[in-house]
Write a protein that binds this ligand. Structure first.
Ligand SMILES: [Zn+2]
Length: 116
């Protein structure tokens, strides 16, 4: 079966208008639309460790601490600071609450805190 793109000019115009609006509101980062409620990222400031993974936006991550099971939130603002200011590893995911992380850091010096 042949796949056909929509040639409807009205549809296309509407889409272009939408993208223009998103761009104006900085809701597009390098051609990627930022989901509603997400914090736009600056992929240029991220440290990729030689890989190609980049983040275009940040959203609050809800997780349970692997040590004590406490419910934690890694906020979009904390992620932005971690990845863009502290140059944290892009593949890092939150696993520990602040207390457990501090405890772990005392055992293993040099680990960057992922929340403050
Ligand atoms: Zn914990």
């Amino acid at each position: 079966m042949k796949k056909t793109l929509s040639k409807n000019p009205i549809k296309r115009q509407r889409e272009e208008k939408r993208i223009k609006k998103l761009r104006k509101a900085s809701r597009i980062v390098q051609g990627v639309e930022i989901p509603k409620g997400a914090l736009p990222a600056d992929p240029e400031s991220q440290f990729h460790g030689g890989g190609y993974a980049v983040k275009f936006s940040y959203q609050d991550i809800h997780y349970s601490c692997a040590g004590c099971g406490k419910k934690e939130v890694w906020t979009a603002e904390q992620q932005k600071r971690y990845f863009e200011v502290q140059k944290g590893n892009i593949y890092n995911k939150p696993k520990w609450c602040h207390e457990c992380h501090v405890k772990r850091m005392q055992d293993k010096p040099g680990t960057k805190p992922m929340s403050a």
